[in-house]
Design a protein around this ligand. Structure first.
Ligand code: FMN
Length: 201
């Protein structure tokens, strides 16, 4: 999910709503199943949510797959998260309206390529609508066929375990079948801007 700069709302209504999610029946309490995820209460606008989400600093990845008998597909993603060590699981989410969705649902594997700060150009490229995104960068196929990018801070090749609708996104969970990392500075994204990693505190 991309983030943008903007004011943070601190109204009492927003805080109350954040503490007690409202269910479809109007009662407060946590959702019981993933598909019970409810629309944002009217007191919280998408703009306010986007601004608040964007305060969370993330790394930047290119998530890529090669569907059967198809060309590689990939996009810039910062919704990546580590989920489990045993078994080794990761997650990320894709906008439901993305033209890339059929490819990620068809491909048995995908790769999470964690970008180095030197790869900001590739991040911009894979966040665009360019038809030939893979014409730049050094790409190779992983053991499971997913596109791996050279020069990354880390890469995870994964078998797709599930793809589940959640609001306006589809949540992908993958089981890691290959991993690599390198001690290069990672690219950072926060409040709508690419940034360099700061000092160790
Ligand atoms: C830093 C950053 C992070 C992004 N994270 C996501 C994400 O997690 N999920 C998503 O669906 N789109 C995300 N996007 C937007 C996609 O990269 C963008 O919509 C891309 O053009 C999609 O390609 P498509 O036209 O092939 O769908 C992000 C964009 C940026 C710049």
């Amino acid at each position: 999910m991309s983030a943008a700069a903007g004011p943070v709302t601190t109204s009492a209504a927003a805080v109350r709503n954040a503490d007690a999610p409202v269910q479809p029946n109007g009662q407060a309490g946590p959702p019981s199943r993933p598909d019970d995820v409810v629309a944002a209460p009217a007191a919280v606008t998408p703009q306010e949510l986007r601004a608040a989400f964007g305060r969370f600093a993330t790394g930047v990845t290119i998530v890529a797959c090669r569907p059967p008998a198809g060309s590689p597909v990939g996009l810039t993603v910062n919704s990546f998260g580590s989920l489990s060590l045993d078994p080794p699981l990761v997650l990320w989410s894709l906008r439901s309206s993305s033209p890339a969705l059929p490819a990620f649902r068809a491909a048995p594997t995908f790769a999470i390529n964690v970008l180095a700060e030197s790869q900001v150009g590739l991040s911009r490229r894979f966040a665009s609508k360019l038809p030939d995104k893979f014409a730049e960068g050094l790409w190779s196929a992983g053991a499971g066929g997913a596109p791996l990018l050279a020069g990354c801070a880390a890469s995870f090749e994964c078998e797709r375990l599930s793809d589940q609708e959640a609001g306006d996104h589809v949540l992908f969970i993958g089981r890691v079948i290959g991993v690599a990392d390198a001690p290069v500075p990672p690219l950072v994204f926060q409040a709508g801007h690419y940034r360099l990693l700061g000092d160790i505190l």
